[in-house]
Design a protein around this ligand. Structure first.
Ligand SMILES: Cc1cc2nc3c(=O)[nH]c(=O)nc-3n(C[C@H](O)[C@H](O)[C@H](O)COP(=O)(O)O)c2cc1C
Length: 198
């Protein structure tokens, strides 16, 4: 099943194709594709070039995958069990320059994930990000030191059809994608005042 973005203005075909499936095929993800995916994250921009992103990568069947799965919320475990790759994203909270708090570390890690998601789409793969996990459990399971914060988990894999999922998930998978209108998002002159661009 495809769920392309229905856009009013043309965007890059890979951005058009990307969505967040919960159904994944058993098919493993090619190692070379994973290498390119994390290379894409490595070359994302970041404030003061701090590169605060760290990724803990689990391949289904290995210890890391099992630990990431253990840290997930029940709701996410129910579908992410299909995912051949599960990754924990971790952010470095302090600046390497002066050891002071880096106010934008989460923004930068998110941008790293956006870049790798684009590359994954180019590889014919799909990424589904998750906030539903226990950062405390992840910290304990992976021995994450102070100064680093577990931020999200994401699944990477070949998209499957909705019928691979149990319970309500197939219906959720088929639900239309929704987005706010431009005038709720893009402003001019004053916050909340719709931009004349659209
Ligand atoms: C930071 C973040 C956290 C998310 N957390 C979850 C989650 O815990 N469980 C889940 O099923 N989807 C999660 N999602 C997926 C979003 O629900 C999804 O991206 C959104 O509905 C838009 O759909 P689309 O990605 O298919 O365009 C998360 C996405 C992001 C970016």
């Amino acid at each position: 099943m495809d769920k392309p973005a229905i856009t009013k203005y043309d965007i890059h075909p890979l951005l058009n194709k990307r969505w967040s499936p919960r159904s994944f095929l058993e098919k493993p993800v090619d190692k070379a594709a994973l290498q390119r995916i994390f290379e894409a994250a490595r070359w994302a921009p970041s404030s003061f070039n701090e590169q605060p992103w760290r990724f803990i990568v689990g391949i289904k069947g290995d210890k890391t995958w099992g630990k990431v799965m253990e840290a997930l919320a029940d709701f996410n475990q129910k579908w992410a069990k299909l995912a051949p790759v599960l990754v924990l994203s971790v952010g470095k909270t302090l600046s390497s320059k002066n050891n002071k708090s880096n106010k934008v570390f989460k923004y930068d890690v998110g941008q790293g994930v956006a870049h790798l998601t684009f590359q994954a789409t180019e590889e014919g793969l799909f990424v589904h990000q998750m906030g539903g996990f226990s950062p405390e459990k992840a910290r304990e399971l992976f021995d994450i030191p102070d100064g680093y914060e577990p931020l999200t988990v994401f699944a990477i894999g070949h998209k499957g059809e909705p019928d691979l999922l149990d319970g309500d998930f197939p219906e959720m998978e088929k639900a239309p994608r929704e987005r706010k209108e431009m005038d709720e998002l893009i402003f001019e002159e004053k916050f909340g005042n719709p931009s004349g661009l659209f």
